[in-house]
Design a protein around this ligand. Structure first.
Ligand SMILES: [Zn+2]
Length: 434
């Protein structure tokens, strides 16, 4: 048996007055997802704990059964996913060029965006590309739009805070060592180096001819760099050893390609076309027909999360309805194959109103397969699924349940390998009897 996990990114949401207190998923017409829920076992899921808003990369790391302490950092995952050259010991941040306005000596993130040609972005980024100080070497690598990476070489620490304030109207933040690293010389040096880089970059960008031209044209200048979510290469136990399952990820996001690399899972780089339903339908078919040699296949779509970020609940509802049609093949054909355990859920909630980026509510989960208990839930959403037989599950319980329904979970207490792996058979050493 194998498991196909379909993750509808950012599916969970809040109740809104315009929907009489219901969520976009509750009001969306989702006949296929509802059909799957009616035949499966349903519940609620949170990859960490209720109330904690999670970004996709941390949610997936936890969902794949790893501990938060071992999370390598989003910067490094995206970088290796996008094929940026990284060496052991490098620290990689997500970097962004952005417009700021000076208030005294504070650089406040400006309200609005600048229409600027990619060529001009490259010229600006080129002027602040390399910086050396404190024995460290930094390099800014812009990959799309105003976004990219800042790679630090020479013994930097990733135990430092972000500088990107994210929200407009807030100042670029000074970088400090994390509490746990406040006496660590590398963290202190890294923070000094990065703060110096920010000041140097702001000075250079402020007087750059491209920015002078933007200002003359009445546009916001792109006059600061901000960093966030640093990470470095690390070696978590490979997914195949952690869970005894050969894993594959099918997605269009570089963070999952990077996560695949880091966890030793194979991955397929698909791209997003104009029709999100067709994209997901293709990914589900591909997982079903072309991935028979894998035990665990992760299928992902980010279109619902993207719709939620536009802060229009009705748009999110519409996208959910389109995505629902991608499950037609599953309902008509694939779900009759009892060699497959289907798990349909989300990584986190993305509120389609308000100021929060993501929010900490649970998401619905449905499991459909040979041994699951069929409950009385008939609709796939955050409220109906709460009545289901799965109840509330958290974190790595999801992978443990997957092992369980694939008939591969080890009876606790049996020790066929030294590290008490959750699956059976373990990588035991046969006794030489001769
Ligand atoms: Zn999001």
């Amino acid at each position: 048996m194998r498991c196909i996990l379909v993750v509808l990114d950012g599916l969970g949401d809040r109740g809104y007055i315009r929907f009489q207190g219901r969520t976009p998923l509750e009001v969306a017409a989702t006949p296929y997802l509802d059909r799957i829920a009616s035949l499966g076992m349903n519940g609620l899921y949170h990859a960490l704990e209720q109330g904690v808003p999670l970004p996709s990369e941390i949610a997936h790391f936890l969902m794949f059964g790893y501990e938060l302490d071992g999370f390598p950092g989003r910067g490094i995952l995206e970088a290796i996913g996008e094929g940026i050259e990284v060496e052991p010991g490098d620290v990689v941040f997500l970097a962004r060029l952005l417009p700021v306005t000076m208030k005294g000596d504070l650089a406040i993130l400006a309200d609005g965006s600048s229409r600027i040609a990619q060529e001009a972005v490259e010229i600006l980024a080129g002027s602040v590309k390399r910086f050396e100080s404190e024995g460290l070497k930094g390099e800014l690598i812009i990959t799309r739009g105003l976004q990219g990476f800042f790679r630090v070489r020479g013994g930097a620490s990733h135990a430092v805070t972000d500088s990107n304030p994210i929200q407009e109207g807030r100042p670029i933040m000074e970088i400090s060592p994390l509490e746990k690293a406040r006496h660590d010389p590398d963290a202190l040096r890294t923070a000094r180096f990065l703060n110096a880089y920010h000041r140097w970059a702001m000075k250079r960008l402020a007087r750059h001819r491209v920015n002078r031209r933007l200002e003359r044209e009445g546009c916001l200048p792109i006059n600061a760099v901000a960093l966030q979510r640093p990470g470095r290469l690390c070696r978590p136990r490979p997914f195949s050893k952690r869970w005894g399952l050969r894993g594959l990820s099918i997605s269009s996001s570089s963070i999952f390609w990077g996560l695949g690399r880091m966890l030793g899972m194979d991955f397929v780089r698909v791209s997003d076309g104009p029709d999100p339903c067709q994209d997901l339908e293709d990914r589900i078919s591909r997982a079903y027909y072309q991935a028979r040699e894998y035990d665990f296949i992760h299928v992902h779509t980010k279109v619902i999360d993207a719709a939620a970020h536009t802060k229009m609940p009705v748009r999110k509802k519409d996208v959910i309805e389109r995505v629902d049609k991608a499950f037609e093949g599953l309902v008509r054909h694939f779900m009759y194959d009892d060699e497959v355990l289907w798990v349909i859920t989300s990584d986190h909630s993305t509120p389609s109103s308000g100021t929060m980026i993501h929010s900490g509510e649970t998401v619905p989960i449905t499991m459909l397969g040979r041994y699951v208990r069929r409950d009385r839930v008939n609709a796939f959403n955050e409220v109906d699924c709460a009545q289901g037989a799965l109840g509330m599950i958290k974190g790595r319980e999801l992978m443990q349940l997957v092992l369980n329904f694939l008939d591969r979970a080890k009876l606790k207490g049996l020790m066929d390998a030294p590290w008490d792996q959750p699956y059976t058979p373990g990588p035991y050493i046969p006794l030489k009897a001769g």
